[in-house]
Ligand binder design. Structure first.
Ligand code: COA
Length: 178
């Protein structure tokens, strides 16, 4: 399975690798913590939060349908990216990703390392267009995506609605790899 070493901004060596069933607990804990942050950044909400068992069931390796990658730093799991290829013939040249980094590991280059590794998967699979959705107020994420070459394609108004009634606009962004 492919592995991608990287260096953080503070000089530590980390590793992006394919997720394994053994990552389920740590990955779920990070998602749960980020889901509870405010302002919100993730579309997940508690009612549909994946259990460790579901995470293991839906996990992808490095395969044509998609890939789930995790970042490790100092032996700890600190972030993950999931990418899924378009499931209809007409959009099989596209893929959409989602990314989460633990709060105490942000702004040191882990997000960048995860996205660069994810793009390696996409190029290997012949994906032409990589897409994502981001909440319009998520400045850190938008800034990272723009630095990596993603461009705004549009805004979906009131696209996400949480149980407490909060509604958020989402921005569609994409990058052409070929
Ligand atoms: C968005 C996220 C994945 C980025 O991961 P990360 O490891 O923090 O990203 P990096 O450290 O590689 O890069 C972050 C960049 O944003 C910049 N940044 C941080 N806060 C910023 C802000 N408020 N406005 C603009 N840029 C900002 C950093 O300086 C850095 O840029 P640089 O590399 O030029 O210095 C991570 O912060 C995260 O998981 N956030 C919560 C969940 C989330 O938002 N997921 C994405 C949903 S679409």
């Amino acid at each position: 399975m492919p592995q991608f070493p990287f260096t953080t901004k503070d000089g530590r060596t980390g590793l992006v690798r394919v997720a394994t069933p053994g990552d389920a607990k740590a990955a779920s804990a990070i998602t749960r913590a980020v889901m509870n942050e405010r302002p919100r950044t993730l579309m997940v909400f508690p009612e549909e939060f994946w259990s460790v068992r579901q995470w293991r069931r839906f996990r992808l390796g490095w395969e044509s349908r998609g890939a789930w990658l995790v970042a490790e730093l100092g032996g700890m799991l600190v972030g993950m990216v999931t990418i899924h290829r378009g499931d209809r013939a007409s959009i099989r040249h596209t893929a959409e990703f989602g990314i989460t980094v633990a709060a105490d590991a942000r702004d040191i280059g882990i997000g960048r390392a995860l996205i660069e590794a994810m793009e390696r998967w996409a190029r290997e699979q012949g994906i032409i267009k990589v897409c994502l959705r981001v909440f319009v107020n998520n400045e850190r994420a938008k800034s990272l995506y723009e630095k990596l070459g993603y461009e705004i394609e549009g805004v979906e108004r009131r696209q996400v609605r949480f149980p407490d009634g909060e509604e958020i606009d989402t921005m569609l962004m994409a990058k052409f790899l070929a």
